[in-house]
Design a protein around this ligand. Structure first.
Ligand SMILES: [Zn+2]
Length: 67
């Protein structure tokens, strides 16, 4: 298990460690994911911040910074 800081709020997020997890049924607590935005940038965000992203418009780096 590893942690990675959320790009928006800076909170340490627990992420699934290792590619092996893809092939197991083991329940892994993962608190966030990397999003690729319409402007081509990638941001790792916790689910709290992902919840705050707008559903009805294209998400850009400005949204990530503005959360
Ligand atoms: Zn966050």
């Amino acid at each position: 298990m590893a942690t990675q800081p959320c790009d928006s709020c800076g909170m340490d997020v627990t992420i699934a460690g290792g590619i092996a997890n893809i092939w197991t049924q083991e329940a892994t607590v993962t608190g966030g994911m990397t999003l690729e935005l319409v402007d081509g940038t990638e941001h790792f965000l916790c689910f709290d911040c992902i919840d705050r992203l707008p559903d009805d418009e294209d998400v850009t780096a400005d949204h990530v910074r503005g959360l």
